[in-house]
Design a protein around this ligand. Sequence first.
Ligand code: ATP
Ligand code: MG
Length: 558
Amino acid sequence: MSVNEIQYLYDIAAIPIEVDEFDAVFPHLVDYAIELFSIEAAVLYIENRGKLVFHASMGMKHITLPHYLPDPDETVQNRGQAKPRPFAHDMPAAGLSLRIGQERLGWLYVARKQDFSEVEARLLAVFAERVAIMLHHAHTQELIQLEREQRKLAHTLHDISLILTSRHSFRQILEQILAQVARVLPYDAASVWLMGDDGLERMACGVGYDKFNAHDKAKNLVLSPDKSPILHEIMTSKRALVISEIHKDKRWHLKQEYYWIQSWASAPILINDEFVGQFNVLHTQKNFYGDAHIPILESLAQLISIAAQNAQVFDGMRQALTREKELNTLKSRFVSTISHEFRTPLTAISTYSQILEKYDAKLDVHKRRNYFGKIRGQIKYLNALIEDVLVLGKSDAIGLEFNPNMDGLIAFCEDIVSETRLFAPSNLRFIFEQQGDGFDTLFDGKLLRHILLNLLSNAIKYSPDGGTIRFLLDASHKEITIIIADQGIGIPDEEQQNLFQSFFRASNVDELPGTGLGLAIVKRAVDAYHGKINVQSCPKNGTKFIITLPYIAAAVAK
Ligand code: ATP
Ligand code: MG
């Protein structure tokens, strides 16, 4: 080894590996590649899920670079060694795999006008190792940052879920939620607006407006979709909206009293996919909010939607029941069942958050992702539970609508079967059969979905020892018969008459979880559908639900 080579090795070893962010890696390595090897062109591909994906290039202006690189060459090629290259480039070049141990992190291509000497080829390999360490470091930094943010978000969502089950009024709950929001989404002012029956939106809760002497004005403001472009946009798109610099775009013309607002972000509050209001955060700094905030905004809007649904359910019940006594028993049964159902997922959320907090350093990336996934799953479950309560509240107060406007019955049922199968344990077999010639019937997808999801999830849940779940769809031009049969625990004879009452659960359910709301929803959906439901069941031998719904010809429906 010559003194010169040793000097080069020393220089390569001295290349600093710390870069602040991932995008800084390429310019950083290019500087050194020019200094040490006088290269004139470079291309970097980054490994992503087993594929090499284009990241950045220099000096390759007129050359087409593929987005993915299937199986790149890993050698130094001088002039005259005409091997095929991944791109049409004919200078002497080197393809360098960037590895740490067995793991490939990327692939680097460097080229210049002069051939590479044998010594340079060796030095390039050492250089590639240094670049791999640089990449690894940047990756780790990014992950740490991402996880820090996710953890904060999980904690905040957890704290908000606790607020949701508290006994405060809707307004107090909203105020507490907005206070929590500041932890993950800083703002100068934040507010929740709700749509009234008159189609106009009013502020239900606002914080931070005082500082700008805008609270009273905002409180008395009534927004209509025709006159407020932001409301119109969110209402029609049902998506979060981020306006990084609000005064730059004339479309949003803000009133004089809101001139302090520079950056604006909103998310729609949706209940059953219906727009019921919006959640805003406002900032006095330009470009404060960006697209990266959209997922957080949407999660928070979802929690506010749960709070709104909670309030609606209680209001709906209050109106539907006139007699004090009925109200009290129902309320206490509701509170005890629901709070039990809430407690389980909340305990899980709390446990996972504690593990994440306590064993932070000892958990690898997969475990941490897994725990965050579990937290999200529990939040989703809480949401579904509220959804159930809401459907019941709605059916008691105003009845469920019957709207047979869909076609494609088989595909619709197939989708629901695949959806429920995802949650089924592997000891369960599914058979989905169709017979008859009435599949051109129109149907009400919303009601049918309630019916099928609840019956199939019951069939799964109440078959703890496995077996076969049979779903028969028999369609004639007179009626549609749906049979869902399982080989599970069955229902005691004398208890079958109570099945469709809210909160009823049979005596043989043991530890199997549930609220007793599913079949009450099914019954109401079948009634709204002008259909019939029957059950045949034998303890330990399984249960069969038979539903008949009317056939609806397309011409009749129009
Ligand atoms: P959830 O509200 O989560 O659906 P749940 O499953 O307990 O709770 P329902 O779906 O209303 O409530 O069912 C009421 C009761 O009927 C159940 O608790 C169970 O005792 C009984 N049941 C319903 N379906 C079946 C079935 N396929 N096999 C055995 N028992 C059943
Ligand atoms: Mg059920």
